[in-house]
Design a protein around this ligand. Structure first.
Ligand SMILES: *Cc1c(COP(=O)(O)O)cnc(C)c1O
Length: 954
């Protein structure tokens, strides 16, 4: 053994140590940053920032943090407990082939999955184009005029359609008719939505049980959940006679072969685009769609991408009609939907771009062909197959042999659907192989080869599709993969996502989505499990959900978690329904008042309204805190009818309010429950727990605090935690406990992205999570300190500290130089940054949240950009720069500004390379400033016609 003194063991931790992967600043950098903030240690800063009254006394411990390898091994072990059998269950979830070019270049590509919601259109042109393709695809297939850029799932889309029907219907009726052939989960979610709003849900056979006079609208499933194909034209015409609204839930793959909802006269079509290349993933995420007649576009929920122009008159995309959204309309909003399913909508649209109309039609025909062959074999065996005509789904009468057949199928590696007590449902799909059909026959006692059957079709003649679709050139590109790869690359290059720069969005917590966390989501053991597969085939999912729930309970101080809500806003809605059901169970049917501070996120009042509550706003004081006098007075005034209060902690102003316990106490004294919006948990994990402070229920945004990427506006997960007394009132689901109250189509929401949050927790450990919170607070306070003097930080605690975000006030610059918050946001694009949250919670301000994952270097780059922008404003203030023709007003600049005439009073160098901007790796905005007003006045929400391309090219 050598005893050389030259060799020494290092105590340096290699990268694969939780605190270095997720935590931006190195220990040395933290020391420097603390100096700037003015504290000797991180703990001293935290002590000064987080009020002692809410501090967590005992640290969270749940074993040592795991390395990436250890965590992935654990995930692998867990995944192996899932059995991904071939699913022919159908019921809204179908096998599909994700084209590898889409899986690798979109689903697994941070340029796509780490992007934010496209509120800043200039840096979002790529995903906006992909979403416009999606909207065009949906409009074409449904035969309707306007489609939104996705909803959460088919069942919630159906509930949204019902609510929309009630808004636009001319009928005064208070009932909604639901086709009994709708998927059971759709019916369940519709019932949940209708109850608090006082609407009656009538379920039945539309051809015998629907009386249009009695209803404000009706929904029909096409094809029906058991495979039936009906022409609803006659019924729809009758509904229209009484002013009622017709909704169709339609399968987009079937629509390639069948007469569209629009051609039948439907007002609204909804459905899931899952089978356009998005794996079932134990229930999600996938994009639901909604399309409506032009007359109803302003009442449609969800985001709508539209076409506008930029400052040069070039075509530019943007979100249209945003005034419909909860951010502005609050309790009068059309819906609470915020995070949707953008990444999955992008995948589905690319699937259509990739295959084109001919390829899609061929896929649909092949699916139908397989179903016909399957039926023929079963008939040859003497079984009665229903219905006579069908697309992909058949139902077989098996009498007392139901269990036998289903078990035999499982033994063959195939899941079938249990229908009633004597029938079996079978849905085939793009992935169904001849061997699978033969296996199904064996389960029914037959021994055939697929080749024994002649091809044929069994679609109803009068429902065959005769209209065109996907005629736009974008769906007709050369089918070589080079083209597709480059198209995907070109679009992603137009966007600014986390893979290029920090996205300092207040309240939205755009933190690292670590690669190791992302890997498991495409493992077939997670992605290929049908949400209604037998429980014993999903033991891995159960283990993960149980352990993650336990950890989230430890984080929040709650007793139980429901994983059902698939977005933050859905979590709010689910939590408020839980409170509502608690009061109802105690006979307090009158308790329906919800106190919400005026500073709350727009989803809060929108969700409260959906839960049938009366929103009573509570004032905020000048310092942003809840006005306690007003709170006390309102609680007193509404004492008898108080259902709950809805608060956000730390507040939307980025401050740990000292009065939070008092707010909870007052609410409880008046018999109310406390809903604490947990979207800001990134400032609390390991430091303070909602359950300890006195809150009864919260949602957590796993796509903020727990590392699920934003995907450009979804997916997300918004599980709720509750105290024990609320546990009995959590959402049920028809496919698990059979209880009412489902809020999502799938029992565990978008379950297939839970491995991300789980592996984050495993790799961080309780200690690492706590450290992340502390560093998030340090980073925010560091920015506040660096920008001091240049900008005013609006809200601080008594100790002069902010929590995990800080709001800077740009209104004085508007007064002194006419520079708006918009100008600053757009100038940041020139510097290579996504703007912070703009004008929320206070108009004319920027809310900055750096998160723990940003390094000191990146934060410094951001601060130097902000400081340089302040100097540019000073140039205007002091007359050195023109008031209207300056780099701020003309931002963002594009490569177009480097060529041709230049008559501006500042240089091209100044225009394009301000401090913060990289020279070699410069991010170029693809468009100059987008004209919002033009886009809303000239609403175009599908791909513009070819001539428009020719014009733009001129
Ligand atoms: C993000 C957010 C929500 C809504 O979450 P979604 O997942 O977008 O529906 C609600 N409240 C606050 C404070 C938020 O920041």
């Amino acid at each position: 053994m050598s005893t050389s003194t030259e060799f020494q063991f290092t105590d340096y931790q290699p990268y694969d140590f939780a605190n270095r992967r997720h935590i931006g600043p190195s220990p040395d950098e933290m020391t420097e940053m603390l100096k700037v903030v003015g504290y000797p240690s991180l703990d001293a800063l935290i002590d000064a920032t987080v009020p002692p009254s809410i501090r967590l006394k005992t640290p969270m411990v749940w074993g040592a943090p795991m390395t990436e390898r250890e965590a992935l091994d654990r995930l692998r072990e867990t995944a192996n407990k899932n059995q991904a059998l071939v699913s022919l269950i159908g019921q809204g979830y179908y096998g599909t082939i994700t084209p590898p070019v889409i899986q690798r270049n979109i689903l697994e590509n941070p340029a796509w999955y780490t992007a934010y919601t496209p509120y800043q259109p200039e840096i979002s042109q790529g995903r906006l184009e992909a979403l416009l393709n999606y909207q065009t695809m949906v409009c074409d297939l449904t035969g309707l005029d306007v489609a939104n850029a996705s909803l959460l799932d088919e069942a919630t889309a159906a509930a949204e359609a019902m609510a929309m029907a009630e808004r636009v219907s001319k009928s005064k009726a208070k009932s909604f008719f639901v086709d009994a052939a709708c998927h059971p989960q759709t019916i369940a979610v519709i019932k949940t939505r209708a109850a608090p709003l006082g609407w009656n849900v009538v379920i039945g056979n539309p051809f015998t049980d629907l009386d249009p006079v009695d209803v404000f609208g009706a929904i029909f499933q096409y094809p029906g959940t058991y495979g039936h194909l009906n022409d609803f034209s006659g019924l729809i015409a009758r509904l229209h006679q009484t002013g009622a609204i017709a909704v169709m839930a339609a399968d987009p793959l079937a629509l390639l072969l069948l007469k569209s909802p629009g051609e039948m006269g439907a007002d609204i079509a909804i459905g899931s685009t899952q089978r356009f290349g998005v794996p079932v993933g134990y229930g999600g995420p996938h994009a639901a769609y909604m399309a409506v007649k032009d007359a109803h576009k302003r009442s449609m929920p969800g985001r709508l991408v539209g076409v506008s122009v930029d400052a040069r008159g070039n075509r530019a995309y943007r979100l249209s009609l945003q005034t419909r959204e909860q951010h502005i309309r609050r309790e009068k909003a059309t819906s609470n939907i915020c995070t949707a399913q953008v990444l999955l909508a992008v995948m589905a649209s690319m699937y259509a771009v990739f295959h084109g109309p001919k390829g899609l039609k061929a896929i649909a025909q092949q699916v139908h062909q397989k179903a016909v062959i399957l039926a023929s074999g079963l008939e040859k065996l003497g079984y009665t197959v229903e219905p006579e005509t069908f697309f992909d789904t058949i139902t077989v009468e098996v009498g007392h042999m139901q269990g036998l057949v289903m078990r035999a199928a499982v033994a063959e590696g195939v899941n079938l659907r249990k229908v009633g007590e004597t029938k079996v449902g079978i849905s085939v799909d793009e992935r169904t192989r001849p061997a699978t059909l033969e296996a199904v026959w064996r389960a029914f006692g037959g021994n055939f080869k697929v080749t024994e059957f002649a091809p044929g079709y069994r679609l109803p003649q009068d429902l065959l599709r005769r209209s065109d679709y996907l005629t736009h050139p974008i769906f007709h590109m050369n089918r070589a993969e080079s083209e597709m790869t480059r198209y995907i690359r070109r679009l992603s290059d137009r966007d600014l996502a986390l893979d290029r720069a920090m996205i300092p969005l207040g309240s939205c917590t755009m933190k690292l989505n670590a690669t190791a966390e992302m890997l498991p989501i495409t493992w077939p053991e997670f992605s290929d499990i049908h949400p209604f597969a037998p429980a014993e085939q999903a033991l891995g999912y159960k283990e993960m959900i149980d352990d993650l729930s336990e950890k989230l309970c430890a984080v929040t101080g709650y007793d139980a978690i429901s994983m059902q809500p698939n977005s933050g806003a859905q979590g709010e809605y689910a939590g408020l329904l839980t409170i509502r059901n608690y009061h109802l169970a105690r006979g307090d049917t009158h308790r329906n008042v919800c106190l919400i501070p005026t500073s709350a996120h727009g989803t809060n009042p929108a969700s409260a309204q959906m839960a049938g509550m009366v929103v009573v706003p509570v004032k905020a004081m000048d310092n942003g805190d809840i006005d306690m006098d007003d709170f006390r007075a309102k609680a007193q005034q509404h004492s008898a009818n108080l259902s709950c209060c809805m608060i956000t902690y730390p507040s939307t102003h980025g401050v740990f309010e000292e009065t939070v316990r008092e707010v909870c106490d007052i609410t409880h004294q008046h018999g109310g429950q406390v809903y604490l919006d947990g979207a800001n948990m990134n400032a609390m994990v390991g430091v303070s727990r909602p359950g300890d402070i006195g809150s009864d229920v919260s949602h957590l945004n796993l796509h903020k605090t727990f590392c699920i990427p934003h995907g450009g506006g979804g997916p997300g997960m918004g599980p709720i935690g509750v105290k024990a007394h609320l546990t009995p009132y959590l959402p049920g689901h028809p496919e698990t406990d059979g209880k009412s109250g489902a809020v999502s189509a799938a029992p565990y929401g978008s379950a297939s992205i839970l491995p991300i949050s789980w592996s984050y927790c495993l790799m961080m450990g309780g200690e690492g999570l706590t450290q992340a919170t502390k560093v998030a607070i340090l980073n925010a306070n560091y920015i506040a300190a660096r920008l001091k003097g240049a900008y005013d930080v609006l809200y601080k605690s008594k100790a002069g500290r902010v929590a995990h975000e800080c709001i800077i006030d740009t209104r004085p610059l508007n007064d002194s130089a006419g520079i708006s918050v918009d100008d600053i946001a757009k100038r940041l694009i020139d510097c290579g940054f996504h703007a912070p949250t703009m004008s929320w919670p206070v108009a004319g301000t920027l809310m900055i949240e750096p998160t723990e994952s940003e390094t000191k270097a990146e934060i410094d780059r951001f601060c130097s950009a902000m400081l340089a922008i302040r100097e540019e404003v000073r140039d205007v203030e002091e007359g050195r720069a023109d008031k209207l023709n300056n780099p701020l007003k003309n931002a963002p600049h594009t490569v177009e500004d480097l060529v041709g005439e230049w008559d501006r009073p500042y240089t091209r160098e100044q225009a394009c390379f301000p401090p913060g901007a990289f020279r070699v790796d410069k991010y170029w905005s693809p468009v100059n400033r987008v004209d919002n007003v033009f886009g809303d006045r000239n609403l175009i929400c599908t791909c513009p016609p070819v001539e428009a391309y020719a014009e733009a090219a001129e």
